[in-house]
Design a protein around this ligand. Structure first.
Ligand code: ADP
Length: 495
């Protein structure tokens, strides 16, 4: 019914929603994973570039310690070196017996010469200025180099855009608790999907930890693609729903057509039965009187004994004719003999639901309120011919709707289905105009109708069908207004 259509819509809607959400989540996940990958790759490249620089610094110090440039010439060589490497701020040389500008460097020299050959070590670091000094012990002189962090970064090759638009990336070099901001935002980046990579540079003297942090925000999600997917799923769901509704409408039309066909066949039978009923009495009377009249007119003087015989004979003939008509009537009644053979267990509740479903567009058009929900009716199996039972239910419902159509106000159709001894009893009550007292005794007679354009055969056919199933069909008026039709059929288990 109407609830059923809602339910279908809801089910399709829910399925569509799940598919849309799952698909969007998958698209978003794939996009986030791709962005995470590209972040990791950029972080690896940045780490490699800085590590190369750090190793280069160690190599320069090693070269200085080996070549020992000294005197004026040495000074010029060092100046050339500084010009070559922009990150070199200055080179300090301490010959034996000389002094380092800072006391801490003495310590560093001791650490450097502790290994053989001496290795480059970190002598001091100035986080505020972004500078640090590495030192290497040598003979006869030791060397120290001050390096500018900002110029140490090979910006031309730097894999992370300096002014990122979509995400803020913060890169820092950490040594213990000290941190040099290399690049990007000073505030920590925030977002629902944080990204982070950290790794120490691959040079012992400059084992700063390169830390790159970022976060993907809602703006990083592929909204366009997700919206396209959702629109696609919505269109598909709507299409599926439309196809299903269309298929149901077609099925309903097909069943109605079949019922109509059966009804027409039944109607023919009822017409035959009605004609036979109407003809039976007049034919018999006519035959009797013509026979008698003929004899009386032909004989002069009338032979009363013969007339009596003839009349008796005519009566017998007429009775025989009436019998023929009677037999004809019996043979016309649809499936009089084979109906019993086609009786089988049928779920009355399901047959009723099916009939209601067929009339759903009409119920909806008239705004009929069904009480209770047909799905709540008990499951009862009766013995009947399924097609005939459909016909009876269809007739009763069609009559109720025709009655309801003639009444204004709230239109109610009340269903009651219950076991009644060895029978199942179905009461269909409508709050239409009801049945006039003078009409009540004639409702089930063939050709009785109060409806303009009505044939008056629906109820008589329904009654003969119900009786053929071993059941009954009755009608009664309902106060304050309306009619109730009760169909009682033997339960299948009672057979
Ligand atoms: P038709 O519907 O062609 O008139 P039916 O045999 O189905 O033939 O019905 C016979 C008559 O019974 C109807 O014309 C109508 O007067 C009366 N009738 C049937 N059902 C109802 C009902 N639910 N409420 C009031 N009258 C009804």
């Amino acid at each position: 019914m109407i609830a059923r259509q809602w339910r279908q819509g809801l089910v399709w809607g829910a399925v569509g929603l799940v598919v849309a959400v799952a698909g969007s989540a998958w698209i978003a996940r794939a996009e986030l994973a791709a962005q995470r990958d590209s972040f990791d790759t950029a972080a690896r490249i940045a780490h490699r570039l800085l590590s190369q620089r750090a190793v280069e610094h160690e190599a320069i110090l090693g070269t200085l310690a080996l070549l020992q440039p000294a005197g004026d010439d040495g000074g010029a060589a060092v100046q050339r070196l500084i010009a070559l490497y922009p990150q070199l701020l200055r080179v300090e040389r301490r010959a034996r017996g000389g002094h380092w500008p800072q006391a801490a460097w003495n310590d560093a020299e001791a650490r450097s010469s502790a290994s053989s050959p001496p290795r480059a070590v970190l002598a001091s670091a100035d986080p505020a200025q972004g500078r640090f000094v590495i030192l290497r012990a040598g003979e006869p002189a030791s060397f120290a180099m001050e390096i500018d962090l900002a110029r140490m970064v090979p910006w031309a090759d730097w894999p992370i855009a300096a002014e990122p638009r979509e995400r803020t990336v913060r890169a820092t070099l950490q040594l213990g608790t000290q941190a040099w901001p290399l690049h990007g935002a000073s505030a920590p980046t925030e977002g629902p999907w944080p990204l982070a990579a950290s790794k120490a540079l691959a040079a012992d003297s400059q084992a700063f930890e390169l830390r790159i942090e970022s976060a993907l925000g809602l703006a990083a999600l592929p909204w366009g693609r997700m919206a396209a997917w959702i629109a696609f799923v919505a269109a598909l769901t709507a299409l599926a729903l439309a196809v299903q509704r269309q298929r149901e409408a077609r099925r309903r039309a097909e069943q109605l057509r079949r019922l109509d066909q059966v009804a027409r066949l039944g109607t023919l039978g009822e017409i035959g039965a009605g004609l036979a009923h109407e003809l039976n009495q007049p034919l018999a009377a006519l035959m009797a009187s013509t026979q008698a009249a003929k004899r009386l007119l032909d004989d002069e003087p009338p032979d009363l004994a013969t007339v009596r015989d003839a009349v008796a004979h005519a009566t017998a003939q007429a009775r025989r004719a009436a019998d023929v008509v009677q037999r004809l009537r019996r043979s016309i009644e649809p499936g009089a003999d084979n109906a019993v053979a086609s009786l089988q267990p049928v779920r009355l509740d399901l047959a009723l639901r099916n009939a209601l479903e067929l009339m759903e567009p009409e119920l909806r058009r008239l705004g009929v309120v069904l009480e209770p929900n047909p799905a709540a009716l008990p499951a009862l199996e009766v013995r009947a011919d399924p097609v005939g039972l459909d016909q009876v239910l269809h007739n009763l419902l069609a009559n109720a709707l025709q009655a309801l159509e003639r009444s204004s106000g709230e239109r109610m159709l009340t269903l009651a289905l219950a076991r009644d001894g060895t029978r199942a009893r179905l009461d269909l009550r409508d709050n239409g105009p009801g049945i006039a007292p003078e009409a009540l005794p004639h409702l089930f007679e063939p050709f009785y109708t109060t409806r303009e354009g009505g044939l008056g055969l629906g109820l008589s056919l329904s009654l003969s069908l119900a009786e053929r199933f071993g059941g009954t069909l009755s009608a009664k008026p309902v106060a304050p207004r309306g009619a109730e039709f009760s169909l009682a059929l033997p339960l299948a288990t009672a057979a």
